[in-house]
Ligand binder design. Structure first.
Ligand SMILES: [Zn+2]
Ligand SMILES: [Zn+2]
Length: 397
């Protein structure tokens, strides 16, 4: 409900993201099918249980830090200093995927230089050593950082939000993409498809082998998503391409070999995830604006947006007291100050209850383009009421 403490959701989201995105690959590659993927294994030796426990413990600490920074920039007055925007229509829809791509480029640049800094002998032991205790990393190592490094990692979000405008949805998708790539980098198994080696993407993007080599040898390959900075600064490990080719030759045979069915499945999976993220980012969401009616009482309300907040003007009252007031004032703004908190959810607004002569805290959920669920905290609005769009043909903007 809207009155839950505001720190619960960010914390839960961060925890669920960590345990699902790191846990599922761990289950597949380390518990269920390690033998089926033995050719994909980057380092021959196996990581130990105590490594997993250390990695999870430190990752939980980083998760708390990330959630705390998320709360600071999203839910405190500090938000005013960021370029977060709440109304998707404030910028063109194509800005959503573009802002995610720019965030990844900014993050990669920030990470490369931060990473090289913490490799300085004066900082290495105090800040970065925890991450490098995972010489043979597993997905659990993705957030395994010392407290100070956790803070440095988390600061990238406010930094990006100072530089470019972002919708919370873009920010969420960016963190999702970022963590997924991070898990791939620490997977311990190379899963890139065979065609990848001869495409331009290989020249541009990091692989699991790339970051694994950094963990195994402690130097070279400082980049996060892209090879760009390592190649430009001459810090790419000289053995990288040779190591990568060795693993891929083991998987596909030196001459290329035949592609097995599950390699096709992985290729399909990559395309699906990328496609899904793009569609999720660009999909048109139905608008709450327009006229809605309560089928039970016949009340009609016109919802409109002003300065990023949503209001509802009563056109026809469902209660005699409403109509009385409506006639007296000519206009009655019945719903006030609803803010889009999620793609189809509007929170923290109020609705006027004429019978009780008070405002009731409520939130609105757009179930689809034609159905609006109103959840209120007391009186006539206690629980929920379903409103229907007056002109269903105008359901989607
Ligand atoms: Zn390092
Ligand atoms: Zn790492």
């Amino acid at each position: 409900m809207s009155d839950s403490p505001s720190y619960v959701l960010p914390l839960l989201l961060n925890l669920v993201r960590y345990f699902l995105l790191a846990g599922i690959p761990f289950l597949i590659f380390y518990i269920l099918f390690p033998r089926a993927f033995s050719n994909n294994k980057i380092q021959a030796r196996l990581a130990k249980q105590k490594d997993f426990i250390r990695e999870i413990t430190h990752s939980l600490q980083t998760t708390l830090i990330l959630a705390a920074v998320g709360i600071l920039i999203l839910q405190t007055p500090l938000r005013a200093y960021t370029q977060l925007y709440t109304n998707l229509s404030d910028y063109p829809r194509w800005w959503v995927p573009l802002s995610i791509l720019l965030s990844l480029i900014l993050h990669d640049t920030y990470f490369y230089w931060m990473h090289r800094t913490v490799h300085h002998p004066r900082l290495y032991r105090r800040v970065h050593l925890v991450h490098h205790q995972s010489v043979n990393p597993s997905p659990w190592a993705s957030y395994s950082f010392h407290f100070f490094e956790g803070v440095l990692e988390a600061l990238v979000a406010p930094l990006i939000l100072l530089l470019i405008p972002m919708h919370p949805l873009s920010l969420f998708l960016f963190t999702l993409a970022s963590f997924s790539i991070n898990v791939y980098g620490h997977l311990g198994y190379e899963i890139a498809p065979r065609w990848f080696r001869h495409s331009w993407l290989f020249e541009l993007l990091n692989t699991s082998t790339h970051h694994n080599l950094h963990h195994a040898q402690f130097r070279g390959n400082y980049g996060l998503y892209f090879r760009f900075w390592d190649r430009l600064m001459g810090t790419e490990h000289p053995d990288y391409v040779r190591e990568y080719d060795k693993i891929q030759a083991r998987r596909f045979g030196p001459a290329g070999g035949e592609r097995s069915w599950w390699q096709g499945v992985w290729g399909g999976f990559f395309v699906l995830v990328l496609g899904g993220l793009t569609v999720a980012a660009t999909v048109e969401t139905p608008s709450i604006e327009g006229q809605w009616t309560d089928p039970e009482t016949g009340a009609v309300v016109a919802i409109y947006e002003a300065d990023g907040l949503y209001f509802g003007r009563l056109i026809e009252g469902g209660h005699p007291a409403d109509n009385e007031k409506l006639r007296a004032h000519g206009e009655l703004v019945w719903m006030k100050n609803f803010e889009r908190s999620c793609v189809a959810e509007y929170c923290c607004g109020t609705i006027w209850a004429p019978k009780r002569r008070k405002t009731i805290a409520a939130r609105l959920i757009l179930e689809d383009g034609r159905t609006l669920r109103i959840e209120g905290s007391s009186g006539w609005l206690k629980g929920q009421r379903i409103f229907k769009r007056v002109d269903p043909a105008a359901g989607v903007d």
